[in-house]
Design a protein around this ligand. Structure first.
Ligand code: CTP
Length: 447
């Protein structure tokens, strides 16, 4: 029996796919089709696949050409599969001509003619529901947003608002966007959703105005500086069927999500302590060192660190104690101790004090070590007393990492989802609560 094996994503199954499967089947007696897993596609930067793996497998089965369907989940798997299934022929479309010659060592490689004029990419573009996104603010983070949004389905950045005319026009020109600087309402009329990347103290006002104008909102960190503001806005969004999401980029990264699910599945036993640290040195003049603009290490870095602590230990902390080193009215360093009934946590944050930016999660069976910069997670290790049991995990962190939060935001809009399990509204409110306690100097000590 001659066995043929072929691979693909097979998203929005089309005539080109049906033809290639038929041609591949004609090469032998038995056809094995490898369909990429969702995480494999995400890992190789293919974020815009429309059908999930189950839907794609069903579509391939429905063609009637596949005798067996398998899932492709890792790089190098083709070699394993060819040997495991004793495949005689590896078949793939001619768009891959030459790219799989290395498989000749294991079986015969055949490039089959590709069907002209159709592809999943084309179908995705034709059927895509596009949402116009307006950016509020045109500083450092906003600049990273536009290129990152290009790899996400349904997102099209069309306008920018900044009361500073020069900054708005330069940004608009650089990215080919419609520019607004004097009338916020005119800007809102031009968009379906906004990304707020303006100074901290403007977040509440811009979010409120945008929601009241019926726009979905993705707001940068620190999301809100008080829990009641956060609660009010989430309630408004909920009752008006709008998406409101805190742009806590690490919360949406596949590697961080996997870290959380591994820990929650008990690989290090019960979690007893979480230590996180993040420092970025800044020099004056900058808004981070400006007390009138809600500067300081806490406002700047607590959102990501508290997010990690809350994802791992929950939002029901019992006590938070702050220790800060202050210069010119802003904390250049803060250490916060967070107590839970069942665990402890701490975060060490700096903008004028350098710390080692790692994260350590300690449990009753072992610990997880995430080296600096933990918030751009691409590697972590689970370590045990018996070091032979240690396990390392590697991931790719694509681009600037903003694509994952943009993808979640767009997916919530398209699928009418108002809460993200990756960062729930109540978790986001709890983060704002800690920041509020700090700014109100509750359990606050200067060192
Ligand atoms: N294929 C084909 N003719 C097309 C499109 C795809 O023969 N018009 C083949 C590919 O060469 C590959 C298989 O179908 O052997 C699966 O390809 P896949 O990447 O899933 O399909 P595309 O439509 O090319 O997807 P995308 O646009 O996302 O790259």
């Amino acid at each position: 029996m001659k066995k043929v094996i072929t691979y693909g994503t097979f998203d929005l199954l089309h005539e080109g796919h049906i033809n290639i499967l038929r041609r591949a089947k004609e090469l032998g007696d038995y056809l094995i089709v490898g369909v990429t897993s969702d995480s494999f596609d995400r890992g190789r930067g293919k974020l815009n696949v429309r059908n999930n793996v189950l839907e794609r497998v069903e579509a391939v089965k429905a063609t009637g050409y596949a005798d067996e369907v398998i899932i492709e989940d890792y790089l190098g798997q083709k070699i394993d599969d060819i040997q495991r299934y004793n495949a005689d022929i590896f078949a793939i479309g001619s768009d891959w001509e030459g790219k799989f010659d290395y498989l000749n060592e294991y079986c015969k490689v055949v490039y089959l003619p590709r069907t002209e004029g159709i592809s999943s990419t084309m179908l995705r573009e034709q059927t895509e529901e596009v949402f116009r996104i307006g950016i509020i603010g045109s500083g450092r983070i906003a600049k990273r947003f536009v290129p990152e949004s290009k790899v996400v389905n349904s997102a099209k950045v069309t306008a920018v608002f900044n009361p500073d005319k020069k900054s708005a026009s330069e940004f608009g020109e650089k990215f080919g966007l419609k520019t607004f600087y004097d009338c916020f309402d005119d800007f809102l009329k031009e968009v379906d959703a906004v990304y707020i990347a303006s100074p901290h103290l403007t977040h509440y006002g811009y979010t409120r105005q945008s929601l009241h104008a019926g726009k979905h909102v993705l707001c940068e960190i620190p999301f809100m500086l008080s829990a009641c503001q956060a609660r009010e806005l989430y309630n408004y969004a909920d009752t008006h069927n709008l998406v409101l999401l805190e742009a806590s980029k690490t919360a949406f990264c596949p590697s961080f999500n996997h870290l959380v699910t591994l820990v929650k599945s008990g690989v290090i036993g019960d979690v007893v302590d979480v230590k996180t640290s993040l420092s970025k040195m800044v020099t004056a003049p900058t808004r981070e060192l400006d007390a009138t603009q809600a500067g300081g290490a806490m406002n700047e870095h607590a959102p990501l660190n508290m997010m990690a602590i809350i994802k791992l230990l929950g939002k029901d902390f019992s006590k938070v104690e702050f220790y800060s080193k202050v210069e010119n009215g802003v904390d250049i360093y803060t250490k916060a101790d967070i107590c839970y009934p069942h665990a402890t946590a701490s975060m060490t944050l700096g903008i004028g004090v350098k710390t080692e930016g790692n994260m350590i999660i300690s449990g009753t069976k072992g610990y997880v070590y995430v080296p600096a910069p933990w918030w751009l997670t691409d590697f972590f290790e689970i370590r045990y007393e018996d070091q032979t049991k240690n396990k390392m995990y590697f991931y790719s962190y694509d681009g600037e990492g903003l694509r994952y939060e943009i993808q979640e935001f767009m997916s919530m809009i398209v699928n009418h989802r108002k809460n993200s399990y990756k960062l729930r509204c109540i978790e986001s409110i709890a983060i704002a609560e800690v920041i509020e306690r700090f700014n109100k100097k509750v359990n606050y000590n200067e060192i």
